[in-house]
Design a binder for this molecule. Sequence first.
Ligand SMILES: Cc1cc2nc3c(=O)[nH]c(=O)nc-3n(C[C@H](O)[C@H](O)[C@H](O)COP(=O)(O)O)c2cc1C
Length: 416
Amino acid sequence: MADRLAPDSPDGAAAPRKPVPGPGDPGVTRRTFLRRAVLGAGTLLVVGTAALGYRAYDEGVFSAGDGAAFDPWRTWQDQGGPVGMVAAGILAANPHNTQPWRFRVRASQIDVYADPARNLGAADPLRRELYVGLGCALENLVLAGEAGGYRSAVVLMPDPRDPAHVARVTLTRGAPRASRLHEAIPDRHTDRAAFRSGRAVPPAGLEEMARLADGLPGTRLVWFADEAGRRRVGDLLIAATDAFIADEAQSKAAFAWFRQDWDHFMRVRDGVNVDTAGLSDLTTSLAKILPRQSRNAGDRAWRDATRDTQVATAAAYGVVTVPDARSNAARLAGGRLLERVHLWAAANGLALQHMNQVTERADRERQLGIRPRFGAAAAGLIDGRDGQWLAAFRIGYPTGDARRGPRRGTDAVIVA
Ligand SMILES: Cc1cc2nc3c(=O)[nH]c(=O)nc-3n(C[C@H](O)[C@H](O)[C@H](O)COP(=O)(O)O)c2cc1C
């Protein structure tokens, strides 16, 4: 490359190198040598620090959670009415921050659509998580309507010929009804860091969260809070993580939504990056400055974090169940419950991380027609009377503040 050629060798031939003076050379005293050495090192340090500083700036070390891509978290209540309901909807939990939604807004009606192109491919082979995430958005939307004086009549999967039309919400005016779940919308973030070891969630809290299923027919929340239950779910999660990363197509599909270029991330406003991986501030900054991580290194880091941090500190696991996890209407209803639980956790000082590698493997097994190792194990953990395993999470007390992820604004997701 041109800038690495010596200035006196225009044809690119290496210039004869000058001997580097040292303390043994005539005319170079020990003191001048030391002074030159210190000056040289100082220059390197200044240049190196400036370069690192620039790279840190360029990769968003100083801007995590700031900027236009995060504005939806601050401006979600600026607009009332049905558009304001959509502004709340887009802040919901959703698989890998794919934000797989579109909305058609009328004065007294909102239609919610899946954006089928925004899928996780082999990581969500039967599109279970896509519909669960849409259910999460629907819940935020309905809560924001209630707070703003709109009653929502929700019909799930209103058009049997159109699997992308996931809900029709018909609005009528009523008295505004604020709720703690609604207020918690901007505080709800997925927390992938360690939770406080040894601090259990009180049984009354677990029961209250289970009651959030009221009004969502067929949905149920099953807890694994005692030691034996936690061990069974934790071991299964670790095994499923190993199986996921051993499946190249699944690993690649997840990696496609992992953002390592800050400018690109801020432009597309979707996917996940190292900021929300639950690492310390220092490790997060270093990860952004250092060369990009390969897919395999990322997989190993995920497996280690799953085993040593996330499973190791889970106070309890929750599994949302529905009568038929392959029914899109049931997935949407289960997603509504999942979002309620996450909002309740945020409102009550609890941390929550969605963890779905078990069903990602179970669905992959079904897609490939291979032995249902995880499908059978998941079914074995749930009493058949409770329905089928739809989505899972761990819960506990936080050790820090989870960072927020970017969102595409309402203008990008409302269609004519
Ligand atoms: C259906 C569904 C599945 C998810 N699965 C996982 C998961 O397996 N592991 C994980 O760390 N986060 C998972 N998440 C969390 C999302 O990555 C997260 O909601 C998204 O990145 C947006 O971030 P936020 O929740 O902090 O707003 C899931 C979320 C949903 C709704």
